[in-house]
Each structure stands twice: as structure tokens, then as C-alpha cells.
Design a protein around this ligand. Structure first.
Ligand code: NAD
Ligand code: 6OD
Length: 486
């Protein structure tokens, strides 16, 4: 069997000739493809190509022209939809259902949303109508930042890469993007689509590789990068911040979470159970918004635990291509070991395992893959590392509470503050508790329901800044104020 080689895309050309690393399918542990790792020299070439492209025709593109090109990129993704779905599934092991209904459609939609939004974006204008502004017309012009380094994670590879690329390009920047080393395939297909769509050479560049001492670090520490947008672990964010400090780069960070769900006794129980199961187990718990801490009002605690257990045990863990598969493997053997280390820790600390806690056995090649069981635990003290640290797997801990104040205090007792979900039939309580949550995003009686115009991001160690709609455009284009004396 010949294994394909994924290349870097620099200055409008696919570039090889570098050291190769293996991209592994976590379903079976087999090789998907080989990937060219960009060294420091190649990363530099990509940055220089992007700098030059800013001075070329791209710099003169009207907003209308940029928007039209982004729609062409979306058309290109949709035209090769099945290839994108297959590539995302091979890299991640995620189910056909998820890749074809969430990941790849959102990859295209991100381009369309920002193409349309940038055309109607407005800027400030002040016309001589205050004491201090008398005799002047002030208006602000949004300017692209320049060359933006885009660093993406592996859990929603195309979705999260394009969530940054689309607004950055819409705002007129040039890009050097690095996908996760675990998920290089859809990013490479996207480079082909950009090429076919006629994105001018150097406007979009793609480099492959790892983080430390590889393409990620070479890119984020490059002196000619003008801004960095990063999604990934909080501690990687700290490393990137240190690298960026030297040249004082603007940063946009979407980082980790340890999200809480709070279920009140007055909630619609079946909705709360179904929604919580979705929020814990979607994508094998590998979504930054996934719930890992569940707080349930004491009078319904036992019933809720029993019902969530039943839901977890109904999940079909299977071949990603089968249409009724609910959950695939984790991303890698390394991540499986990390998640299993938390299952072990929970056991050592005396947790009660309501369900799961092990590794499924299939009796076929999947036994070489990165599978773990969906797991529910109870009985740990809130100080446990299992409750404090992000695990990023299909596991939650459930704790009972008595009062609203206690629930708020438990949910907020975290270094993270990305998302929270509240389940109640009392609408006033819903508003009150949502306001009290230390989280960038709060869902009431639902989870991960998205309107792409809304602010997306976290507080505390979960991030810096907001993405989504105008918030993204505000990061990727800084206004210059023009003051005209009348
Ligand atoms: P990660 O931080 O390990 O890697 C993310 C990216 O950063 C990869 O491309 C990696 O190669 C690169 N990288 C690693 N070290 C680097 C360095 N020193 N310099 C430059 N680049 C470096 O994260 P991951 O494991 O890919 O993703 C999972 C994490 O991402 C979880 O913590 C999850 O919560 C978080 N996440 C957050 C959001 C959000 O919107 N808040 C979304 C998705 C994932
Ligand atoms: O849906 C989105 O726009 C988004 N940024 C999701 C992030 C999920 C984190 O894993």
C-alpha cells in the first residue's frame, strides 16, 4: 500500500523535501499518511511569502472581492465534501454522523458567515457635535493586522481552523497556519481548495509540524508575525504568550475548560439528562465546551445519576463509518493514556464508578486503537485533581447540592471559565444563575447551540478575547482614527 505524503503550502506551491512524521488513525493505530514537518527555514519562507503577499494585489482587494473569494473557498469545500469528511474521520476517528453534520458543514459555513459579515461591518464616525470634537470630522478605518499566525488544535480540526482563517482573511490579513500534528489532512485539502479558488500566492500558507522546537514554536516566535490566534491547551497558551512577549504581538486565545452543568430539581428531567449526556460524551468528551463537572440538586440526585448511567450505556461505541455510531476513539494513544491516568486516579481516591472506567474490547484491529469507555463517577471531594483539571475525555463527576447559592459557588470554584449549562424550568432562576456564572458562555436548558454572531470565549485560564461575528473582525482588523479639521 502506498502512503500519501502531505506537504506544506508556501507562496502558492506545495513544498516537500523535509523530515516526515506519521499521522495515525486512532481507530486502529494504522498510518493515515506521512506529513512533511516544516523546519525553521520553511516557516520563515512562509512568513516572508505572507509579508510579500500583503504588498501584492491582495492588499488592493476590495471588501467585495475578498468576500467573493471566501464564498468560492466555501464552494470548494462543499464540492469536495466527501473527501473532507473522510479525511477528518481518518485523522480523528470521529463518527460519520458528526463529521458530516457538524465539522465539515461548519468549515464551509465559517467562510460564508464572515464573507457576508465583513461587507456590512460599520465603523465609527464623529461629526463635530461635542465640545471636545468641535471643528473636526473623525472616522475610523479598519486595517488588517498584517501576517497572522493561526495555530489550531485536533478536536474539531477544520471547524476551528476555518473559524480563525475566515475572519482573518475577510479582514484582509495574510496567514501562516499550522494545524495540529494529529490532524493535518483537512488543512492540506483546504490549501488545495484555496489554490483552486484563486487565493493569491502567499495570502494563505500552511506549515505542518509539532509545537515545541518545531513549526509551532518557530512560527509563534517569528519576529515578522504581526498577531497570533491560538486554540488549544491553557499551558500551551502560556508558552505562546512567552514567545510572543519578545515582539509584543496581539494575541487571541481560546483555551481549556472544566465546564460545569447545574441541574435544579425543577428541571425537565429527561431534557436535562439527554442534554447532559450530549455535553459530556459528544466527540468522546473532546470538545472544549464539554461538561466534566455535573452538580445536581439533592432531591433528584439518585434519579438523575441512574438516568445518565442508562444514557451512557446506550451509546454505541463503534466503527466511525457506521451510521448509528455515537462515539469513536480518543485522538491518540498518548491521549488515551492521559485519560486512563485520571480513571486510575479516581479509583485510587475512592470514587464510585457508576459506569465505565475501562477500555472496550472489540476482538479486532480496534484493540490497537485509542478507545476508552464513557465514564460517570461520584463521591470525590471537590479538591480532587479529577474535578480540578481538564481531562478532555468522555467522563464526568456528579456532585449533589442543596441550594442555589451552593450550586453557584461549586460551579465557579475553578481556574477555568469557558462554558456552563443550567437546567431549570424557573426562567428567573435561569437568568439569575446564568449571570452569576464565571464563564464566557452559559447555556440554559440546552448546550452548544450556536449563533455564529455571538461572543465566543472564556474567562480566567480559558482564554483571552472573544471570537464570533464582529468580535472576530475586531481582533483581525484594528481601527486607525482619521481626524479632519473642518
Ligand atoms: P495543544 O495546546 O496541545 O495544541 C494545540 C496546537 O498548538 C497544536 O497545533 C500544537 O502543535 C500547537 N502547539 C503546541 N505547543 C506549542 C508551542 N509551544 N508553540 C506553538 N504551538 C504549539 O492542544 P490540543 O491538545 O491540540 O487541543 C486540546 C486542548 O485545546 C484542550 O485543552 C481544549 O480545551 C482546548 N480547546 C479549546 C477550545 C476553545 O475554544 N476554548 C477549542 C478547542 C480546544
Ligand atoms: O463552535 C464554535 O465556533 C467553536 N469555536 C467551538 C469550539 C469548540 C471547542 O472544542
Amino acid at each position: 500500500m502506498t502512503v500519501s505524503i502531505l506537504k506544506n503550502y508556501i507562496a502558492g506551491e506545495f513544498v516537500s523535501g523535509c523530515r516526515e512524521f506519521r499521522n495515525i488513525n486512532p481507530v486502529t493505530g494504522e498510518i493515515v499518511n506521512l506529513v512533511c514537518e516544516a523546519d525553521q527555514e520553511l516557516v520563515s519562507q512562509a512568513v516572508v511569502a505572507a509579508k510579500q503577499a500583503l504588498k501584492g494585489p491582495w492588499g488592493k482587494f476590495s471588501v467585495q472581492q475578498r468576500a467573493a473569494l471566501l464564498h468560492k473557498v466555501a464552494d470548494g469545500i462543499e464540492a469536495r465534501f466527501d473527501e473532507f469528511v473522510a479525511a477528518e474521520m481518518a485523522d480523528t476517528g470521529k463518527s460519520l454522523q458528526q463529521a458530516s453534520s457538524i465539522d465539515i458543514p461548519r468549515g464551509a459555513a465559517n467562510f460564508r458567515v464572515f464573507a457576508d459579515m465583513v461587507k456590512t461591518a460599520s465603523s465609527n464616525c464623529f461629526h463635530s457635535d461635542t465640545e471636545d470634537g468641535k471643528g473636526a470630522l473623525n472616522y475610523s478605518l479598519p486595517r488588517p493586522l498584517g501576517v497572522v499566525a493561526v495555530i489550531a488544535p485536533w478536536n474539531l480540526p477544520l471547524l476551528l481552523l476555518t473559524w480563525k482563517l475566515a475572519p482573518a482573511l475577510a479582514a484582509g490579513n495574510c496567514i501562516v497556519a499550522k494545524p495540529s500534528e494529529e490532524t493535518p489532512s483537512t488543512a492540506t485539502l483546504l490549501a488545495e481548495v484555496m489554490h483552486e479558488a484563486g487565493v493569491p500566492a502567499g495570502v494563505f500558507n500552511l506549515v505542518h509540524g509539532y509545537g515545541p522546537n518545531s513549526a509551532g514554536e518557530f512560527l509563534t516566535s517569528h519576529p515578522q508575525i504581526d498577531a497570533i490566534t491560538f486554540t488549544g491547551e491553557s499551558r500551551t497558551g502560556s508558552a505562546i504568550m512567552r514567545a510572543a512577549a519578545e515582539h509584543v504581538k496581539p494575541l487571541s486565545f481560546e483555551l481549556g475548560g472544566k465546564n460545569a452543568a447545574v441541574i435544579f430539581a425543577d428541571a425537565d428531567l429527561d431534557d436535562a439528562v439527554a442534554g447532559t449526556a450530549r455535553s459530556v460524551f459528544t466527540n468522546g468528551g473532546q470538545v472544549c465546551l464539554c461538561t466534566e463537572r455535573v452538580y445536581v440538586q439533592r432531591e433528584i440526585f439518585e434519579t438523575f445519576v441512574d438516568k445518565l448511567k442508562a444514557k451512557a450505556e446506550q451509546l454505541k461505541i463503534g466503527w466511525p463509518k457506521e451510521s448509528d455510531t455515537d462515539m469513536g476513539p480518543l485522538i491518540s494513544a498518548e491521549h488515551k493514556n492521559k485519560v486512563l491516568s485520571y480513571y486510575r486516579l479516581a479509583r485510587e481516591e475512592g470514587a464510585t464508578f457508576i459506569t465505565g472506567g475501562g477500555v472496550p474490547e472489540f476482538g479486532d484491529q480496534r484493540d490497537q486503537g485509542a478507545w476508552v469507555e464513557p465514564t460517570i463517577i461520584t463521591g470525590l471531594p471537590e479538591t480532587s485533581r479529577c474535578i480540578k483539571e481538564e481531562i478532555f475525555g468522555p467522563i464526568c463527576h456528579i456532585t449533589p447540592f442543596d441550594t442555589e447559592e451552593e450550586a453557584i459557588s461549586l460551579a465557579n470554584d475553578s481556574r477555568y471559565g469557558l462554558a456552563a449549562a443550567i437546567w431549570t424550568r424557573d426562567i428567573s432562576r435561569g437568568h439569575r444563575v446564568a449571570k452569576a456564572m464565571d464563564a464566557g458562555m452559559v447555556w440554559v436548558n440546552t448546550w452548544y447551540l450556536r449563533d455564529l454572531r455571538t461572543p465566543f470565549g472564556g474567562v480566567k485560564m480559558s482564554g483571552i478575547g472573544r471570537e464570533g461575528g464582529q468580535h472576530s473582525l475586531n481582533f483581525y482588523a484594528e481601527p486607525s482614527n482619521i481626524c479632519i479639521k473642518l
